[in-house]
Design a protein around this ligand. Sequence first.
Ligand code: PLP
Length: 447
Amino acid sequence: MSHRYPESHVLYRSLARDYPLIVRGQGCWLYDETGREYLDACGGAYVACLGHGVPEVVDAVADQVRRVAFVSGMSFTNQPAEALADELAALALGDLSQFYFLSSGSDAVEAALKLARQYWVERGKPDKDTLVALTPGYHGNTMLTLSTGAREHYKKYFRPWLIEVPRVPAPYAYRCPCRGGDPACPRCSGRALEETLARIGPDKVAAFIAEPVGGSSTGAAVPRDDYWRTIREICDRNEVLWIADEVLVGAGRTGTWSALEPYGAVPDLQVMGKGVSGGYAPLAVVAAPRRLTDVLAHGSGALLHAQTFSHSPAMCAAGLAAVRHLRTHGLVARAAAMGRVLHERLEPLRRLPHVGDVRGRGLLAGIEFVADQESRAPFPRSERFTERFLAAAERQGLMVWPNTGHADGVNGDLVVLAPPYVITKAEIDEIVVRFERALGDMRPRDR
Ligand code: PLP
């Protein structure tokens, strides 16, 4: 049976390919209707961090849905929302103590950006209306979050609806002219933000948004140890709010609950999504400190971001069960430990043709492909290297996450691995074996 547009009534993500129909998941594995198995080495889309098919999480969501699936956050609060906020408060960085629940990462990033803007207006600084972001970078697919992202090909049809967002080069040592070797490099040290703020005038800037560790856009590039303390200091000095987008890298993905933990720096706002519910229901979270939310409380009285499903019990029950499961099973520490194994086993891939770099932290690993390992020259986009690798990986039953365009906005090929935290050493070895086989099975016609 083919699941393909327009033979099905589903308007698929791609209108030009067949989709296998998945009927079951267990741990790191997915099974389609024909019984074929897939090693889910990217948690679907960095989501399935607990693994597929965890009975206690399923039961917790089912119990809540049986009791009450939905109440409006306008009129009521509910047990899972209250308990989830308590769990998150216990895990949170610094003074982040208030949690707003939404159903997608884009929606939550958008809410954080709006909160930043509302804060400045309510503090009597309405001129602070500019957002600053990194390039490469990605923050979501609503118009405001698309504006903050640097994926130009995603914006192609929508430019008239997008706002101008000044950009700072992302801390991405592999693609920096200094190759990560210059301690004074403005890009790698974070000082480049200062230059951008000076150019715009800090009085105009509401917030700077960035991923603490690179997600898809820079393929798990890890900034220097002092990078985020430098950003904190620059934002403080210029009265600019710093928003950490941990939609992809939060909830333990890099081996600590927040990817910022090892940096010893606390953002003004933080967003988590994806793994925060492990995929058992859509959920994303904005975390804010009282020093910001009190300004709204004493002013307009509310964050202006009304959403039907905000704070909904079914969604929060999934988050609560997932966070408790991560905590009681020590899965974040496991992500750190298995992350070390993953990176050790991936190291030899550097010797394969076209592997330019292998990097990351915890159970997040980026593998960047290049036409020339010495000069780091990317393949021309017309080669569609990533797409061909993805097709080859799927033939091996290996699911990885792709990204293109990071080298110069058009060219650049990489894939990211982000397996569930329950992955075993044997399954890590299986990823590496299938990865190598896929590289050896690239076909021109997959283009
Ligand atoms: N921010 C980052 C860093 C992301 O990686 C994503 C999604 O991939 C988003 C925001 C948007 O999240 P969602 O796709 O759930 O809307």
